[in-house]
Design a protein around this ligand. Structure first.
Ligand code: NAP
Length: 288
């Protein structure tokens, strides 16, 4: 019998905590999303983040840039936001048009406002085990596992997927002395992925292939976290074959209603953290 790890419910608790944090602050934090795309999925993600921010009292704005515009236009927009004292968090919604370098765009955001945690400086801090902004999806994944009462210390956690936004930062977070798990990261060149996944106490699927993880790839009692969001015939489908895998899993996240809402909630936490860090810096500046 499986148990569903309810991302909606856990993220509602996180958002409540964030709302309390915001209410206790002297000012409202502000989050700005830069959207250089007319892809409906990207527009939806940005709208969801914005609505979630406003619900917890975070000011939020979306800056639209025509996808035909130059990379220079994007970089100068980010530079202005970096300088804008009102703005605490900046996120550049991915993917970007082909003629724009993702690397340049992500590096353009000052690390202090990089609430996505994608700037190399923040990635480095996470790898060193002293994270400032943990990318929202890995942060949400670990939080939901903890909140569900699953012990990560000493656990074998197998991640399928090594992307810069999910697999790699999740592995770093799991290795941290706060979590103390033992991560294994699989990717498209891994031989016999199923030999790894069957050894997992906790399996995280971040592959981008609908229903990639099947029942024969997991052991009885595994905890399964499905990061995947794939559109199949207009339906959202995860990277895990939910029906069959849930027969063997002791706990599993659904799609939708699993990792997605946790990602949004974690971004809000990072935004509040950014505002606090900036206020603390200002305090130091004025006292020196
Ligand atoms: P990505 O950048 O496309 O990375 C996919 C990873 O899966 C790569 O490391 C790739 O290996 C690996 N992979 C692909 N086919 C494989 C195979 N047959 N066997 C083993 N590994 C394989 O994807 P992503 O950005 O991490 O996203 C993964 C999924 O999560 C997508 O469905 C995405 O929409 C979803 N997502 C959801 C959230 C959320 O909030 N819920 C957030 C982010 C992403 P190589 O590196 O060797 O190519």
């Amino acid at each position: 019998m499986d148990e569903v790890i309810d991302g909606e419910e856990i993220s509602a608790r996180v958002r409540e905590e964030v709302a309390e944090d915001v209410a206790s602050m002297d000012r409202k934090p502000k989050l700005v999303a830069v959207l250089m795309s007319d892809d409906p999925a990207s527009e939806t993600y940005v709208r969801m983040k914005r609505e979630a921010a406003e619900e917890v009292g975070i000011d939020s704005e979306t800056v639209h840039i025509d996808p035909e515009e130059s990379e220079e236009k994007l970089l100068s927009t980010v530079a202005e936001l970096n300088e804008d004292d009102e703005v605490d968090g900046i996120l550049v919604q991915l993917p970007l048009p082909d003629h724009v370098s993702e690397e340049n765009a992500l590096e353009a955001v000052v690390p202090e406002k990089d609430v996505d945690g994608f700037h190399p400086f923040n990635k480095g801090l996470l790898m060193e085990g002293r994270p400032r902004f943990v990318p929202a999806t890995p942060k949400g994944v670990v939080r939901m596992i903890h909140e569900h009462g699953v012990e990560l210390e000493g656990a074998n956690v197998v991640i399928v997927g090594r992307s810069d936004i999910v697999g790699k930062p999740l592995a770093s977070l799991l290795l941290s002395r706060d979590v103390n798990a033992t991560p294994t990261v699989c990717h498209s060149r891994t031989e016999n992925v199923e030999e790894h996944t069957r050894k997992a106490d906790v399996l995280v699927a971040a592959v981008g292939v609908p229903e990639f993880v099947t029942a024969d790839m997991v052991s009885e009692g595994v905890v399964v976290v499905d990061v995947g969001i794939n559109r199949v015939d207009g339906e959202l489908v995860g990277d895990v074959a939910y029906e069959e895998v849930s027969e063997k899993a002791s706990a599993i996240t659904p799609v939708p209603g699993g990792v997605g809402p946790m990602t949004v909630a974690s971004l809000l936490e990072n935004t509040v953290e950014a505002a606090r860090l900036r206020d603390a810096d200002d305090g130091q500046d004025s006292s020196s």
